[in-house]
Ligand binder design. Structure first.
Ligand code: ATP
Ligand code: LTN
Length: 331
């Protein structure tokens, strides 16, 4: 097992499957940025995962570049962290195959995301959709990561990753660090603005989410239209999922808890909360959008970031892969 680094290692990834939302930001990216100070962080754009749903090649390329630029714009610092494109490091696909052979069909077909996505894409229930969590396990285990910052929707996949790691370690001797999730206490599951009982998702209708690159006008309009309830009271409670979601988002972009935010708005109308939230979002997202635009103009710089990331990631990944190959009996 790797014991040479002093700081605990962190790995996470995000798919370039569309416009990243404030759900991705609050549930994952915000922690990615924060964790750079205390951990050795490795972050990837999971383009191999994105093709489990049909992608138009030109669009995938553009989304992958956009995601790289956006991660830099959100504050991923390549002086501190490794940032790379998943498909540039072949070890991910290879380890996924090796781990496939110690993963059971039953485990994979139980995954909620597989069930949801196969419902949604009934004409394209491909093997990759089922196998998705094994590739995710390979991503994490290659880097011997101790912590994985993700939103709540990924906890089932993480549990499977832990099971696969332990199964391998028991079968072949200790090889992989068994990772733990790092999920925010509030904001781990940001809900749709149109249906607060559903997760906010970048593959949903654009009115249901705030995209990280939405214009100020779009932000204001979408928050105004967000579904609430007819109780007319601002409380942070399960009975008011729409209002609680808005409070979660409000708190995530400030430094209070959602309960404190609720107290701040006690006795006030929904319109007031929505105005304050829209204002806060505009203030927080404008600089990200502007920085992202700058990075996107400099393709050469983005290429260089990816090249450096690939080199640094490969060094770690292929060391682990060599160990796995040897232990499994390959000559
Ligand atoms: P899709 O909508 O295309 O299925 P996604 O946004 O769910 O994609 P990813 O882009 O891979 O999936 O997610 C990146 C990170 O954002 C993951 O850590 C995931 O847990 C987190 N995340 C996604 N949606 C939310 C949400 N609504 N609330 C909190 N975290 C989220
Ligand atoms: N499946 C993840 C994206 C992802 C990921 C990973 C997250 C791919 N590989 C490794 C953490 C660690 C999702 O959020 N949908």
């Amino acid at each position: 097992m790797e014991t040479t680094t002093k700081k605990p290692r962190v790995f996470s990834a995000v798919q370039p499957s569309g416009m990243p939302t404030i759900g991705n930001y609050i549930g994952a990216l915000k922690n990615w940025v924060k964790m750079q100070e205390q951990f050795e962080c490795i972050y990837a754009v999971a383009d191999l995962h994105a093709i489990t749903v049909r992608q138009e090649p030109a669009k995938l390329r553009a989304n992958s570049m956009q995601m790289m630029a956006l991660l830099l714009a959100c504050g991923i610092d390549t002086e501190k962290s490794i940032l790379f494109m998943q498909s540039h490091v072949g070890a991910h696909s290879e380890l996924a195959w090796l781990l496939n052979c110690i993963t059971y069909l039953g485990e994979l077909s139980r995954m909620t995301q597989f069930k949801d996505k196969s419902q949604k894409h009934q004409t394209n229930i491909n093997a990759g959709l089922l196998d998705y969590p094994v590739l995710m396990a390979a991503d994490i285990l290659l880097y011997q990561a101790e912590f994985v910052p993700v939103g709540k929707d990924q906890s089932q996949h993480l549990e499977l990753t832990r099971n696969i790691a332990e199964r391998f370690n028991n079968a072949y001797s200790p090889t992989f660090v068994v990772p733990e999730g790092y999920i925010p206490e509030s904001g781990g599951r940001v809900m749709s603005l149109q249906d607060p009982t559903k997760k906010m998702s970048k593959s949903d209708d654009a009115n249901a989410y705030i995209g990280l690159l939405d214009s100020n006008d779009e932000i204001v309009r979408k928050i105004k239209r967000a579904v609430t309830d007819s109780l007319g009271e601002i409380r942070y409670s399960e009975e008011q999922p729409g209002i609680s979601n808005l409070l979660d988002i409000y708190a995530a972009f400030g430094d209070e808890t959602p309960q404190e935010a609720a107290a701040q708005f006690e006795g006030k109308g929904y319109g007031e909360l929505k105005n304050a939230l829209a204002e806060r979002l505009v203030e927080s997202l404008t600089p990200i959008r502007e920085r992202c635009g700058q990075y996107l103009k400099d393709k050469a710089y983005l290429q260089e970031v990816m090249k450096n990331g690939e080199e640094a990631a490969s060094k770690i990944a292929y060391r682990t892969l060599a160990k796995v190959r040897r232990k499994m009996g390959f000559i």
